[in-house]
Write a protein that binds this ligand. Structure first.
Ligand SMILES: Cc1cc2nc3c(=O)[nH]c(=O)nc-3n(C[C@H](O)[C@H](O)[C@H](O)COP(=O)(O)OP(=O)(O)OC[C@H]3O[C@@H](n4cnc5c(N)ncnc54)[C@H](O)[C@@H]3O)c2cc1C
Length: 399
């Protein structure tokens, strides 16, 4: 990709020169000239009052797409052992909202086998259409077959938005599909809105280590693709409505894929399942040490809760990495989240902000975590947590 200056249109007004943060544009004989330090940030394109600057993509050579051909919102289903994963259902909720704003259909695309008896139940999640790609081999996830099928489907049906779970599976096939379609893809979105004037999907996600939120749009390509983690959007209400079912059968054989699934190893009994936990007790650096974490574990045990923590507690080896909550850890949506000695850095907050009730214990009354807490307790957690344990034990005993 490169920045192209239309010399006929350029008036030498220097708006681009003033806007460029990288000093990567200068005026040469009163015509803008792009220097090698250009980062393709595109600020100059927005700044040019004459629309003399554009981004030229090498692969499709400024091929203009007729955006109006693209209509509809798709959610690609993810499933395991015949069960649709929760993130796909959450995406249907958000997808419905986006489709209603755009006044288009919402389609749920399932690549699988043995879903015939589940379609009626699934049709309660608010879509207008289920596209069911059926093939026995699609009982399991095959990276190349998913890429091939979804790419072909998109080329034929031209949806304008595709939403995918930011799971290991979604992260695997989404970029492959996007590359084949020359489409824009934003990973790990935490917000999705629509600009109704342009029909652009405004895809918000944390960037620069979570210090700022960036809103990304892909104005010149379609479909607009986004991945979203579990727990970012809530589950949709079930509704009874007419849903059309389009079933397409494929006769794939194992040899049609470059990969072969030999064995699927399920999570072990002891694996941590923070994403589905109803109650989470999380500790931060304020706990003080690995030994002192025992008190947090005890509170979790009394409440039948999962144990979690901030990234620092993992880095300090107080907690296992699969218990980290936040931007580079897990996204959780429990009914109750108790944060003990956690300051509330934005990278932690993005992982737990959709908890129903947040209780924060912190000795600093100005700790940012209190901005997110429904109940705040200011004080030393080593005094407060033992009292909570005692009181919860009493309640349990009374039960
Ligand atoms: C790219 C990037 C990704 C990141 N990803 C994540 C992530 O996924 N998850 C995550 O959590 N962080 C992440 N971080 C780190 C994040 O920025 C913070 O540094 C981290 O969340 C802080 O952890 P903390 O709240 O446990 O520690 P601190 O910020 O040190 O806070 C400790 C808190 O404990 C309180 N305290 C101290 N003693 C007591 C006591 N006795 N009783 C009560 N309160 C007490 C203090 O007042 C303080 O508020 C990331 C950072 C970067 C740059």
């Amino acid at each position: 990709m490169s920045i192209k200056i239309d010399e006929e249109l350029c008036t030498g007004c220097a708006s681009c020169v003033k806007t460029c943060m990288y000093d990567a544009i200068e005026l040469d004989n009163n015509i803008a000239k792009v220097l090698p330090s250009c980062t393709l940030c595109r600020a100059c394109i927005e700044a040019c009052p004459e629309e003399a600057i554009s981004l030229e993509r090498d692969d499709i050579k400024a091929q203009k797409i007729d955006l109006s051909q693209y209509k509809g919102v798709w959610v690609i289903a993810e499933h395991y052992k015949k069960k649709i994963q929760i993130v796909s259902l959450q995406l249907l909720g958000k997808g419905r909202e986006l489709a209603d704003l755009l006044q288009v259909n919402l389609s749920f695309v399932i690549l699988g086998s043995d879903f015939d008896d589940k379609l009626e139940e699934l049709s309660l999640y608010g879509m207008d259409e289920i596209i069911y790609i059926k093939s026995p081999i699609l009982k399991d996830y095959y990276s190349d077959l998913y890429t091939k099928i979804i790419t072909e489907l998109v080329l034929k049906n031209k949806p304008e938005i595709i939403l995918i779970g930011a799971t290991p599976t979604g992260r695997d096939f989404a970029p492959r599909v996007a590359k084949r379609l020359n489409a824009g893809l934003t990973a790990d979105c935490t917000g999705l809105e629509i600009n109704l004037e342009t029909r652009d999907l405004l895809q918000t996600r944390p960037t620069y280590g979570g210090s700022i939120m960036a809103t990304i749009r892909t104005p010149s390509s379609r479909p607009q693709m986004a991945t979203v983690r579990t727990g970012i959007f809530s589950m949709p209400e079930k509704v009874k409505k007419k849903v059309s079912i389009r079933k397409i059968e494929y006769e794939f054989k194992e040899k049609d894929s470059v990969s072969k699934i030999i064995k699927i190893i399920s999570k072990t009994k002891h694996s941590v399942n923070l994403e589905d936990a109803k109650v989470i007790v999380a500790g931060g650096r304020g706990v003080g040490s690995r030994e002192k974490f025992r008190i947090i574990e005890e509170l979790a045990e009394v409440l039948d809760a999962e144990l979690g923590g901030s990234r620092i507690t993992v880095e300090l080896n107080w907690l296992d990495p699969d218990r980290q909550i936040g931007q580079t850890g897990k996204t959780v949506t429990p009914k109750l989240y108790i944060a003990c000695g956690i300051s509330g850095a934005i990278q932690h907050i993005v992982g737990m902000q959709n908890s129903e009730i947040v209780v924060a214990i912190n000795k600093d009354p100005n700790a940012p975590i209190f901005n997110w807490a429904h109940y705040g307790i200011v004080g030393d957690l080593h005094e407060i947590v033992p009292v909570l344990i005692q009181e919860f034990k009493k309640l349990k005993f009374e039960e």
